[in-house]
Unconditional design. Structure first.
Length: 578
């Protein structure tokens, strides 16, 4: 088989495969590339030695059976014996479910997670969004310090395990989205700098030197990232990718890397004949992220909307620290603004940032280009104790949050366990094999939260296996109240949304937000009314006649002649109107 590697600064390269060393030759057609034909089959271990140095794993390795620092292994996920034909599931009309393989079950594997997929199908979600699955040191971690961007974490089940998971999801009609990290790698197990200029000091990020998207050698680095993204979509039959922290992708070239990537993904979708999409996590509040390329944008298909999360969180909890300070002055008004305009910071001044931030979205922007959520891995796991909303909110307030997310204009997303009000925390955990790095992460985490008044002994030790164990879902909870009622509430809301999707521009949802965050949303033929206060509320539903109560957290009657819906405290209802 043909082995290839890009190593433009090397004077000589050796391939070590199957227990033998082979001198590689320069590729005359591609500058900086080396190649060699050698015996190899599925599972053959191999690596590359540059200028007599140590044998290192292949940057484009498809499998790392012994972890990021071990030899690579030949693997071809495209040869997996798929059981399901799959035409794809598009993003419009989707309900996403964010899932971390290592804590979705105690076993922490693809196969164990696949066994729970019937629960998600019965819930009614359309897509499972997997947190990163690239190899990282140790067994358990969030996955955002992965390396080998073409490979799959072996303790989860490796490439074959991911294929089995995707096949099982597709058999149930569920699409699969993967979270990928292009903005940084490692640091542990990152061998890319030995091979070429994958990073540059031209720009700096919170993780150090930036990925090289615009300095000398960046053509091949961009091709490396794009090729990885296309391989996930093509070889594993994924439906979409979530791109982590795209605001950290520094690129001054005339055509931004994200526009190049979105163009390549759209072209692949056309060749495969099934829909594919990219979802950005962006801190810029920039409409250009999802504006089509032909209109001068980057052409990504959707982006996370943290402003909606922050406004909703502030209404429900009253918290005002950190970035919540921007929303705490008038939480109800902030919630109304995000529901009507998508972003809260659309060029207005940010107290947290100390400057104006963002640009406004056009009212005609499709609302589905923004993802709305009450919880996600960042907003839970980056809290000192990894506490969910369920740790401090009543079931009624959790029902209110679900009603606004699932009845709102945005593409909704749930975080695993949210559908039943899981009481298990989701804490920050690592399994670094380097003792110095492990201690640096431990002390850094405690120092970070000590600045906010937390005692060091209260902060969970990321390296303690008990921290990961606490973060695993308890699958007995849905059998008991109030979890069972919350699960049924989420199922009902999702079913109503899918029966009357009401997709359209941001301006298509009529929103009224009143004192304390009481809200009425009209979307399609549905009217969602929410009362997150501790007293009863009389909410005007407008002129359209209300014909039926379709769902209610606590019993409610149809509006009387005054047109007011009387909602009990901490409750929500969905009605058919018009």
């Amino acid at each position: 088989m043909l082995f290839e590697v890009w190593a433009p600064r090397a004077g000589r390269v050796q391939l070590h495969a199957g227990g033998r060393a082979h001198a590689m030759e320069r590729d005359p057609a591609r500058d900086g590339w080396w190649r060699r034909e050698a015996p190899g089959e599925e599972g053959t271990r191999y690596g590359f030695a540059l200028d007599g140095g140590p044998v290192r794993p292949d940057p484009r390795s498809r499998r790392q059976p012994d972890g990021p620092d071990g030899p690579s292994a030949v693997a071809d996920p495209g040869r997996f014996p798929w059981r399901q034909e799959w035409a794809g599931r598009p993003l419009p009309g989707a309900v996403l479910y964010e899932l971390h393989v290592g804590t979705f079950t105690r076993e922490g594997t693809f196969d164990a997670a696949a066994a729970r997929l019937p629960h998600l199908a019965a819930l009614g979600v359309t897509h499972v969004e997997l947190m990163p699955v690239c190899p990282f040191p140790g067994t358990h971690g969030w996955g955002y310090e992965g390396v080998s961007l073409w490979a799959v974490h072996e303790p989860y089940g490796g490439p074959a395990g991911l294929c089995r998971f995707v096949d099982a999801a597709h058999a149930l009609g569920l699409g699969v989205v993967l979270d990928v990290v292009h903005n940084h790698l490692g640091p542990s197990g990152n061998h890319l700098p030995a091979f070429g200029p994958y990073f540059t000091d031209t720009h700096h990020t919170p993780w150090g030197a930036a990925v090289n998207l615009d300095a000398p050698g960046s053509d091949e680095v961009r091709a490396y990232l794009t090729g990885s993204a296309l391989a996930w979509l093509r070889d594993y039959r994924l439906d979409g990718l979530r791109l982590d922290a795209v605001h950290a992708l520094a690129d001054t070239r005339p055509k931004h890397f994200l526009a190049e990537l979105s163009g390549a993904v759209d072209a692949l979708a056309a060749r495969l004949g099934r829909p594919l999409f990219l979802i950005a996590e962006s801190d810029l509040n920039d409409p250009a992220t999802t504006t089509p390329r032909e209109a001068g944008g980057l052409g990504l298909h959707a982006q996370w909307n943290d402003d909606f999360h922050h406004a909703l969180h502030t209404v429900l909890t009253g918290e005002s620290q950190g970035y919540y300070a921007d929303f705490a002055a008038d939480p109800a008004a902030a919630l109304g603004k995000t529901l009507q305009g998508g972003f809260f910071h659309d060029g207005t001044h940010s107290t947290f940032r100390g400057r104006p931030h963002g640009r406004p979205l056009d009212p005609g922007t499709p609302a589905g280009r923004l993802l709305g959520y009450a919880q996600n891995h960042d907003q839970i796991g980056n809290r000192a104790l990894g506490d969910r909303l369920s740790a401090r909110l009543s079931p009624g307030l959790l029902a209110c949050a679900a009603a606004l997310v699932l009845g709102g204009p945005f593409t909704p997303m749930l975080f695993m366990g949210e559908e039943w009000g899981a009481r298990t925390p989701w804490q920050f955990f690592t399994d670094h094999t380097d003792p110095q790095l492990a201690e640096a992460v431990r002390t850094g985490r405690r120092r970070e939260f000590a600045a906010h008044g937390w005692a060091a002994q209260e902060i969970p030790d990321p390296q303690d296996p008990a921290t990961r164990a606490r973060s695993c879902l308890d699958w007995d909870e849905p059998q008991h109240e109030p979890h069972r009622a919350l699960l049924e509430w989420h199922r009902r809301l999702i079913a109503l949304r899918r029966a009357a999707p009401g997709s359209g521009p941001l301006s298509a949802t009529a929103v009224t937000v009143g004192p304390g965050g009481t809200a009425v949303l009209r979307r399609g033929g549905l009217c969602t009314a929410v009362n997150p206060t501790d007293g009863p509320a009389a909410l005007p539903l407008g002129d359209a006649p209300v014909r039926e109560v379709l769902a209610a957290w606590r019993p409610v009657d149809l509006p009387g002649p005054d047109g007011l819906l009387h909602l009990p405290p901490a409750s929500a209802a969905v009605l058919r109107c018009g």
